[in-house]
Ligand binder design. Structure first.
Ligand code: ZN
Length: 132
């Protein structure tokens, strides 16, 4: 099953989309398999990281800013190459396990939509596939 979700991203941030992934799994009726969460944008991405302390996402954004600062020598006319770099570093998708009809994540993990070039109206896809 293939589902599309829309998300408004008013600011540079990690948006917890775990409830939507759970919803997609429930809607699919798949008991055991995998789900792929995919971001079809070039300045946003998908990652899995800690949900317990919101400062972790904040620190990830700080770290990505340090690792990929805007540079005068960048040539891309849109002027958002740093956002493209962050999107490539984080990646466009996450693959998660579905077991017993449930999303399998670590206790402190969530699935995040990562916005690097706000504000935007975005979408992401969830494809749920059963074993065998
Ligand atoms: Zn661009």
């Amino acid at each position: 099953m293939f589902l599309e979700y829309r998300i408004s991203t008013p600011r540079l941030d990690f948006y917890d989309i775990t409830p939507k992934v759970r919803e997609a799994i429930a809607e699919s009726g798949v008991k055991d398999g995998i789900a792929v969460v995919y971001c079809p944008h070039t300045t946003a991405g998908i990652t899995i990281n800690e949900n317990a302390d919101p400062d972790v996402a904040c620190d990830l954004l700080i770290g990505l800013d340090k690792a990929f600062p805007d540079r005068a020598e960048f040539r891309h006319a849109e002027g958002n190459s740093a956002a493209h770099l962050k999107a490539s570093a984080v990646g466009s998708s996450a693959t998660v396990i579905v077991s017993g009809g449930k999303l399998v994540l670590g206790t402190w993990q969530s699935v995040y939509f990562c916005e690097f070039d706000p504000p935007r109206e975005r979408k992401f896809f969830v494809k749920v596939m059963k074993d065998g």
